[in-house]
Ligand binder design. Structure first.
Ligand SMILES: Nc1ncnc2c1ncn2[C@@H]1O[C@H](COP(=O)(O)OP(=O)(O)OP(=O)(O)O)[C@@H](O)[C@H]1O
Length: 309
């Protein structure tokens, strides 16, 4: 069997006079969570709206399970469940009324609707709120209802646009668990502007910057790519620059002040252990040692430059 559920080819979109996304190529498999990471305005929502057939692209093609979204939008959309940034909830409906409405919109056969609603509620742990008016649900439960409507027709792909926005830390943890469960049965595309969020739940990552994909690989490959390569040290009795340079794997030494030093290294973070040991042996009087992690802005700058070169 072909293992590509989503294929996006040369996708570009222009709003009035400027390009929001440009020449995006993506492939997504049938299972697991793919994170679409980008800062505000990077082009995540535009990509997702086109992927879900809500917006017509200026150029390029989108295939869902081999179905061309432009040529057969209805058939392609049957394979997708979408939760946009603001879920389209009717606040005066009960959970049951709303899911019933969504099941009709998604053309679930009439005799299967009761069971479909039951299963979606069970999956999202909202069965006890069946008769609750949406307005009276917490933000976390509204998002659960948003996910329930996205899976009501058992799509092969679920697309979630910044689903954790506006939730408190506990609600975010619960929603993460739910998204992982949902992804055991299908593919999930999850957008966020928060790197740690994507690192926490996604197996694959696509980074978007200025409307272009700047990184596309597994989460493990990404983590290796951005692993820290510098350490910040504070020592009361530091050695000379040459002594530091002679430590295996240290590639450069930068004295920021007399006692504050930045070391650049190759290899893994085990080097911090070696420096602590050396400090004890040599009496360097180490006060502080920190691996310097890149900020998301630095990572984007690095990846964008990489792409241009
Ligand atoms: N309806 C629109 N009309 C004109 N420009 C738009 C429209 N929607 C988005 N844009 C522009 O397209 C670019 C990409 O926006 P998009 O909403 O896709 O980014 P995003 O990564 O989802 O950001 P956010 O997280 O802020 O929603 C931005 O420059 C934005 O200002």
């Amino acid at each position: 069997m072909n293992d590509t559920l989503v294929k996006i080819e040369g996708l570009s979109h222009k709003y009035t006079d400027s390009w929001a996304v440009k020449d995006i190529n993506l492939e997504i498999g049938y299972r697991g969570i793919v994170g679409l990471l980008g800062s505000n305005g990077a082009g995540k929502s535009t990509t997702m709206n086109i992927l879900c057939g809500v917006l017509n692209q200026t150029a390029g093609n989108v295939y869902i399970d081999g179905i061309d979204m432009r040529k057969n939008p209805e058939q392609a959309k049957m394979q997708i469940g979408f939760m946009p940034q603001t879920p389209p909830l009717y606040m005066d409906m009960t959970v049951d009324e709303y899911l019933n409405h969504c099941a009709h919109l998604r053309s679930v056969p009439k005799h299967q609707i009761r069971q479909a609603i039951h299963e979606a509620k069970e999956r999202c742990s909202i069965g006890h709120f069946s008769k609750r008016i949406l307005r009276n649900l917490s933000g976390g439960y509204r998002q659960r209802v948003g996910i329930a409507q996205a899976i009501i027709h058992k799509p092969k792909l679920v697309v979630l646009d910044e689903p954790t926005n506006g939730l408190d830390p506990n609600q975010i943890i619960e929603l993460r668990g739910l998204i992982k469960e949902v992804a055991t049965e299908r593919a999930v595309v999850f957008s966020s502007h928060i790197l740690s969020e994507v690192q926490m739940i996604c197996q694959d990552i696509r980074m978007i910057d200025g409307g272009r994909i700047v990184f596309a690989d597994s989460m493990d490959a990404f983590n290796n790519h951005i692993a820290p390569h510098s350490i910040l040290l504070q020592m009361d009795n530091p050695p000379t620059e040459d002594e530091l340079k002679n430590i295996p794997d240290i590639t450069a030494v930068e004295f920021l002040t007399e006692r504050q030093i930045r070391l650049w290294f190759n290899g893994d973070a085990e080097i911090t252990k070696r420096i602590v040991e050396l400090s004890v042996q040599q009496g360097w009087e180490l006060r502080e040692i920190n691996l310097e992690k890149s900020s998301l802005t630095e990572i984007f700058a690095h990846l964008s430059n990489h792409r241009k070169n």
